[in-house]
Design a protein around this ligand. Structure first.
Ligand code: NAI
Length: 427
């Protein structure tokens, strides 16, 4: 067993935190019909009995309901954060009271503590891993390869994690099967688009108390997350500017009516910058040089490398906390550039951030749960490598959600099914 302290051991007075964390979880749970529907089966059938699940996720109320669902379905679960700033300590403390759950997640850990906590989770000797960003899978492959033999498989939540896994797979280095939960329609089209859009804008507005209307909002990257951010910003009466490197996505943004231009030009006119590329060095020194006084710089991509903070720090003559979650950097000519959440995921890492709306995460975590179930039931039939989520599982979760929303929809007739499956009918 790991000697790294659990959240309960790290807090001076855990009890009030546990109560508050439970309150947050209860609220979220009321709005997670997919997890509730799965819970009915899992509590009875105990599909995860005997499984040890190691998780590295954003530990807040919605995630906590997934964690508890897996534990109530019979699993022993150990969890830590997947970002140093996204943990809600009270939720982590509430989770840690469950007899089948150990939580090591704590907000504000340094790099060393972050990786120590991941090691502590790995100490559970997991049979299944659930990651957001792939840091745990990487740690297992690099430092604990002997555990791989007993791992049935894993699930990966986000785009950056799936990119890393595919790179690892291409190099022949990924040694167990992992579901690309991120890539399935029930996740990407809702979580990445609407979730990131709504929660990034909400977090920026609440952190700064500033308006969107009439602002020039520069969205770095027009992928799933960028589309959501752009759409919601436009909906708040902002002027949206998109930067891209992929010609079809740049064209798509142009046809949506947004201004598309290189970051070097956008830097001169932008009021708020939100990077969503999953890439590095999107906003760098040359851009800081030409920005207006008072700009807001934020990132919604997985890692804190989209805004070159080291360069900004070197260029600044002064730096101070302008508000909670806002660090101002003063340039030699007096301009102030304001960085939110230390350049980490702005929708999860500002002090008041709540992450995606509950309903959206119900979908993403519904997919996580059915993928864990699939690994338990059929894990042996998947080879090492990255796998798409089986389409029938994705549809099953969509149907649960539609039923919960009271939405009815059509189904194909026999004649339609036959027509769609044939090539013989022409003009
Ligand atoms: P995506 O692959 O659909 O989109 C990324 C876009 O960025 C692509 O269109 C790509 O061409 C563009 N891009 C790459 N380099 C660029 C550059 N130098 N300049 C301009 N554009 C560039 O990925 P998706 O799903 O939108 O995810 C993006 C990031 O957001 C990932 O790191 C992902 O893990 C993260 N993410 C964050 C969430 C949050 O809660 N904040 C939720 C879901 C994903």
């Amino acid at each position: 067993m790991s000697t790294y302290p659990t959240i309960t051991e790290q807090l001076d007075d855990p009890e009030p935190a546990q109560t508050e964390g439970r309150r947050k979880m209860d609220w979220a749970r009321q709005h997670m019909p997919i997890l509730e529907s799965l819970r009915e089966d899992y509590e009875t059938d105990q599909p995860f009995a005997g499984q040890r699940i190691g998780m590295a996720m954003h530990v807040e109320a919605k995630t906590a309901n997934l964690v508890e669902l897996l534990a109530d379905g019979g699993a022993e679960v150990a969890i830590t954060g997947c970002n140093p700033l996204s943990t809600h300590d009270d939720v982590s403390a509430a989770l840690d009271t469950h007899e089948n759950i150990t939580s090591y997640a704590k907000r504000g850990v340094d790099d060393e503590e972050y990786y120590e906590a991941i090691k502590a989770v790995i100490d559970i000797d997991p049979t299944i891993t659930v990651d957001d960003g792939m840091d745990m899978i990487a740690a297992i492959h690099e430092d604990y390869p002997e555990l791989i033999e007993t791992i049935v498989g894993g699930c990966e939540e986000t785009t950056t994690g799936v990119h890393r896994l595919r790179a690892m797979d291409a190099d022949g280095e990924l040694k167990y099967p992992v579901f690309a939960v991120n890539d399935t329609p029930m996740k990407t089209l809702f979580d990445n688009v609407h979730g990131t859009g709504e929660s990034s804008l909400a977090s920026i507005a609440m952190t700064t108390n500033l308006s969107w209307a009439g602002k020039n909002v520069v969205v770095g990257g027009y992928g799933y997350c960028g589309k959501g951010v752009a759409k919601k910003a436009a909906g708040q009466n902002a002027n949206v500017i998109v930067t891209e490197v992929e010609p079809r996505r740049a064209l798509e943004a142009h046809m949506e009516g947004y201004d598309v231009m290189p970051m070097a030009e956008a830097a001169e006119v932008g009021d708020v910058f939100i990077t969503t590329t999953g890439n590095r060095d999107i906003i760098t020194g040359e851009h800081f040089e030409s920005m207006k006084d008072g700009v807001l710089l934020s990132n919604a991509g997985h890692f804190d490398i989209e805004i070159a903070l080291d360069e900004l720090d070197d260029m600044a003559v002064d730096s101070y906390e302008a508000r909670d979650g806002v660090q101002a950097y003063e340039m030699p000519d007096g301009r102030r550039l304001n960085v939110l959440a230390e350049g980490r995921l702005v929708n999860l890492a500002t002090p008041i951030a709540l992450g995606h709306p509950v309903e959206v995460m119900d979908q993403s975590f519904g997919i996580q749960a059915v993928c864990v179930e699939e690994l338990v039931e059929n894990g042996e039939s998947y080879d090492a490598g990255v796998h798409e989520v089986p389409d029938d599982l994705d549809k099953q979760v969509a149907e649960i959600k539609l039923a919960a929303e009271g939405v009815e929809f059509d189904s194909l007739t026999e004649a339609q099914r036959e027509y769609m499956g044939s090539w013989e009918h022409g003009t």
